[in-house]
Design a protein around this ligand. Structure first.
Ligand SMILES: Cc1cc2nc3c(=O)[nH]c(=O)nc-3n(C[C@H](O)[C@H](O)[C@H](O)COP(=O)(O)O)c2cc1C
Length: 145
């Protein structure tokens, strides 16, 4: 299998999604992938996006906890530079119930031209185990692709 190179982009208010992004980077490296950079959607490292085959995009869920959940900053995701031809994996961190946030994120990310191949909602209390599972799931999915 040819190792993939991934860039991580996150949006984070209190640091949880940033930490999840950093853990995903470490876990993907342990699976043998290269990481071109970890940066915020607001200040993306354009070079790391350019150098990557796959972009991992993460944000946090905001809403009224059981209704009206949305991924935070969908417009920012739609405004990312066009990334046609690359793959994407999405994740959102949440406190109680993510609702349909992941599907809404996927729609926004697709508008940038990325092909969404995987995604996971990650409870903020289970960052370590869920980010590990996400990296394992993503690498095995693409090894079979
Ligand atoms: C204003 C606000 C609204 C939130 N609404 C929801 C919600 O509707 N459902 C949910 O599961 N979590 C909700 N959360 C919890 C966050 O999604 C969760 O804590 C997340 O991990 C925060 O990520 P961050 O530290 O990267 O900002 C909300 C948090 C805030 C601050």
């Amino acid at each position: 299998m040819v190792a993939m190179k991934a860039a991580i982009l996150y949006q984070s208010l209190t640091g949880t999604t940033r930490e999840a992004g950093e853990l995903i980077a470490v876990n993907l490296q342990q699976e043998g992938w290269g990481i071109t950079g970890v940066s915020s959607v607001a200040k993306p490292e354009l070079r790391s996006i350019q150098d990557a085959d796959l972009i991992v995009v993460g944000t946090w869920v905001h809403g009224l906890f059981v209704v009206g959940q949305m991924p935070f900053g969908v417009a920012n995701l739609e405004n990312l530079p066009a990334m046609r031809g690359k793959k994407a994996a999405t994740f959102c961190t949440y406190g109680l119930n993510p609702g349909k946030s992941l599907a809404k994120m996927d729609d926004a990310v697709r508008k940038t031209g990325l092909e969404v191949v995987d995604g996971m909602a990650i409870h903020r209390g289970k960052l370590r185990s869920r980010t590990e599972a996400f990296a394992a799931q993503l690498t095995s999915k693409l090894a079979r692709a």
